[in-house]
Structure formats: C-alpha cells, structure tokens
Design a protein. Sequence first.
Length: 235
Amino acid sequence: MFRNSVSGLDKVFKTDIEPPQIVLVTGPPGSMKTSFCYTIMSQYLEQTGDFGLYTTLEETVQSHVRNMESLGFKLSPNMQISDFTDLREIDRVIEDGEETDYLKFIEKMIVHFKKKYGDKFTVFALDSLGALYSLMEDVTQMRKRMFYFFKMLRDNNLICFVVMERGLGGESQLLGNEGFLVDGIMMLGLDRSRGKLVRYLQVEKMRASQHSMEKHAVEVGKGGMVVLGPIFDTD
C-alpha cells in the first residue's frame, strides 16, 4: 500500500492510492520532490515485490543514485532508474534533422518494460516535466499531447508520479494545464513563518482517495522521508 510506504503517510491518506493514477508532485527547489518520489516508490516496491521505472531527465543515473545514497536512501533492486541514454538505446535510429519526440521515447520505454514485467510493472516516475518541456522544440498543442500521454500511462494501469517545479510564490511551470489532467496533486512546500525552515507535504487533490488537506511537516532520515504531524498557518 502506498499510504504505508512512507512513515507517517497514513496520517495524510485515509484510503490508498489505487491504479491507474497520475499524481503531480510539485513544489519549489529544495522541497525534496525527488526524494519523496524515490522514497515512496522504493518502499512500495520492497513491500510488494513489484517493478517500477524511475526516469530522470534532470541528471544522469549515476548522479541520481549518488545523490540518493548520500542521503542514506536504500536502492531498491526492483526499481530501474533510467535517463535518456537508455531511451536512445530503445530507439537508436533518428534521421538527421528529425526532431526527437521524447514523449514517444518514454512511451516506448513503458511498452518495453510492460512486455518484460507484465502486471508486475505497477509504478512509474518522471523527473521532471519541466525538463521534458525544455528538451522539446515544439510545445504547441501541449494540452492535447499531455492528454494522450497521460491516457497511455493509465491504459498501462500504472501509478505515476510526475515531478514539476513550482516557484516559492506558488507559480508553476505548467504549459498544458496538467493540473486539470492529472488525478492528484501533492505539494511539497517550504514554510518559513515560524522563524525556521520547515518542509511540508500537502495533498491538494487526489481522486478516489480520502485524504487530509492540511500541511504535514516532513523530515528526511536515513530511510527516506518521514511525515510528521500537521502544521498550522499563523498570522
């Protein structure tokens, strides 16, 4: 169960996140979005024995693993971490002058691992959507393209965590109204109202799941993230 995969997450979710589901994990730099996704996926896969794919566009696989290990996170043997080097291995033939369609690359990767693992392939993460957009030359009709991309993920019956930057003031980098297309939005924020910096998790929406909408403080320990009690805004 996802609600038991991060210590204290059951304080936020009364019922579990069930597939298929697209969850946007958003927040400002430094709010530990990658760490949260890594923790929830790794612990879930350890509990279930399922397979998961983590696609990082922000850094190489080696850099990502090194960063996670430096925080004391355990690498799950059931999780494949891939970058665009792996994507290009799946589709090596790109004609000169032809624009690379990164959404199709990711879809081919999903299909590849679905064929390999079947129903055991249950969870996927994309880190991050902003990095994907920066690689794409043509971002016109993005809402339509993302609609079909998310449909593909749902058709494969996956729980998907999609990382997206959000500024400190709350503004996002969304281009295709993704907030309306996804099933859930989990905000990882930074609270400075009490004279010190506190990281928090807040579920802004989650279809078909009962959850709190309060801000819950989070900390990072040796085993990953821990969700603490709710924090309350002060005047």
